[in-house]
Design a protein around this ligand. Structure first.
Ligand code: ASP
Ligand code: MG
Length: 409
């Protein structure tokens, strides 16, 4: 008898019919009385609709972070109760649990919470009583018991963390795509599905914009050694397994995939004094507001005047808060000005194969040059290279880079 955690995303439970189908499929595929925990997201676009409601009260509702969590956590509460009813109509014992009831403890950072600990006792008791246990994704509670959500896409993290706390045999993520692809198949016709990918490559791809998994969930899977099977809700085909090491595929690849992200904005702080502590002032002010910064470049602008430009990117969703913070810091630092560009996008290649394999960056830049795509900012990690380009050229860029590394016969 195995213990399996299965997570179903919003599109998998977007209407009553789909909810009933999820319950049927789980019952049909259950073997040997396996113990099953199901984590669900809110139905369809519910979370977006709730955010939209809040913006009708206040243009910037995220300043009321606790109330946003109180609001957003209701989305998952709808889907757990409906799915549980669906199981019951099919004669299957089942019980729904909110994040709080499932023992998911988070820090107190509303709307961007992190799971600190899970006390799985209630879940284990319910399983012992023969229930399928349906847990609300995306939410936990802080020390006070207040609801805290885990950032957009956070149900993935709920599922993987629960799998870890329950010592589950596997964690399956059911979604509207049938696995992880070498590039977004909606953009690149020849993108191929991978049978396996390592945690560190998946984490890098997720961080760089491949939307299938929340990056934090991959991090949690890696820390807790939980293999994650990403597969389709709508077919029975095997998907992609995210795990520590490759077991079956040819390891002779240089890169694993091309990721892209058009939800980024570039911020340039121009003419800041080139003194110790300047980067610290800018980035600590942003960190205080929990804003992630990427692609940081500092250049010497004017040696005689001893000033420099500081360029970096942030997620588009963080731009309005980031701009306020940076405008203030820039004026405190006597900077010449702050430039914001929104029509930018990031295209990246990812793969452990680039370690100790020179010439990979050159191949990426050559492909972009051949396609006439101008590179604005470049950044690298051990297993990735990213270029900031114009968003209007993104589709073309992803395709030419993919063709360069995965040529069609
Ligand atoms: N419902 C939340 C969202 O839309 C969490 C999730 O789907 O994972 O972001
Ligand atoms: Mg998702």
């Amino acid at each position: 008898m195995a213990l399996i955690v299965k997570k179903f995303g919003g599109s998998s439970v977007s209407n009553p019919e789909r909810i009933i189908n999820v319950a049927k499929r789980i019952i049909e595929e259950r073997k040997n009385n396996d113990k099953i925990v199901v984590v669900v997201s809110a139905m369809g676009d519910t979370t977006d609709e709730l955010i939209n409601l809040a913006t009708q009260i206040d243009k910037d509702p995220y300043k009321y972070t606790r109330e946003m969590d109180m609001l957003l956590s209701t989305g998952e509460q709808i889907s757990i109760s409906l799915l549980t009813m669906a199981f019951k109509t099919l004669g299957q014992k089942a019980v729904s649990l909110t994040g709080y009831l499932a023992g998911i403890k988070t820090n107190g950072i509303h709307t961007k919470g992190k799971i600190l600990d899970i006390n799985p006792q209630r879940v284990l008791n319910e399983l012992e009583n023969g229930n399928i246990v349906i847990v609300a994704g995306f939410q936990g509670c802080d020390q006070l018991g207040d609801p805290v959500t885990l950032g957009r896409g956070g149900s993935d993290t709920s599922a993987v963390a629960l799998a870890g706390a329950l010592h589950a045999d596997t964690c399956e993520i059911y979604t509207d795509v049938d696995g992880i692809y070498s590039a977004d198949p909606r953009i690149v016709k020849n993108a191929h599905k991978m049978k396996e990918i390592t945690y560190c490559e998946m984490l890098e791809m997720a961080r760089l914009g491949s939307g299938v998994m929340q990056p934090r969930s991959v991090e949690v899977g890696q820390a807790l050694h939980i293999p994650i099977h990403v597969r389709s809700t709508f077919t029975n085909k095997p998907g992609t397994i995210i795990r520590e090491e490759y077991t079956m595929e040819d390891k002779n690849f240089v890169i694993r995939g091309v990721s892209h992200d058009d939800k980024v904005a570039k911020i340039a702080v121009l003419g800041v004094p080139n003194n110790p502590g300047i980067a610290y002032s800018i980035f600590s002010a942003l960190a205080e507001k929990n804003i992630d910064v990427d692609m940081i470049v500092q250049s010497i602008r004017n040696v005689e005047k001893n000033v420099t430009d500081m360029v970096f990117t942030v997620a588009l969703g963080d731009l309005s808060i980031a701009k306020k913070v940076v405008d203030k810091t820039a004026s405190d630092l006597n900077a010449i000005g702050v430039l914001i560009e929104k029509d930018v996008a990031k295209v990246s290649i990812v793969g452990v194969g680039m370690l100790g394999n020179p010439g990979i960056a050159a191949r990426m830049f050559k492909a972009l040059a051949t396609g006439g795509v101008n590179i604005d900012v470049i950044s690298t990690s051990e297993i990735s290279i990213s270029c900031l380009i114009k968003s209007s050229e993104l589709k073309e860029a992803v395709n030419i880079i993919h063709d360069e590394f995965f040529p069609q016969n």
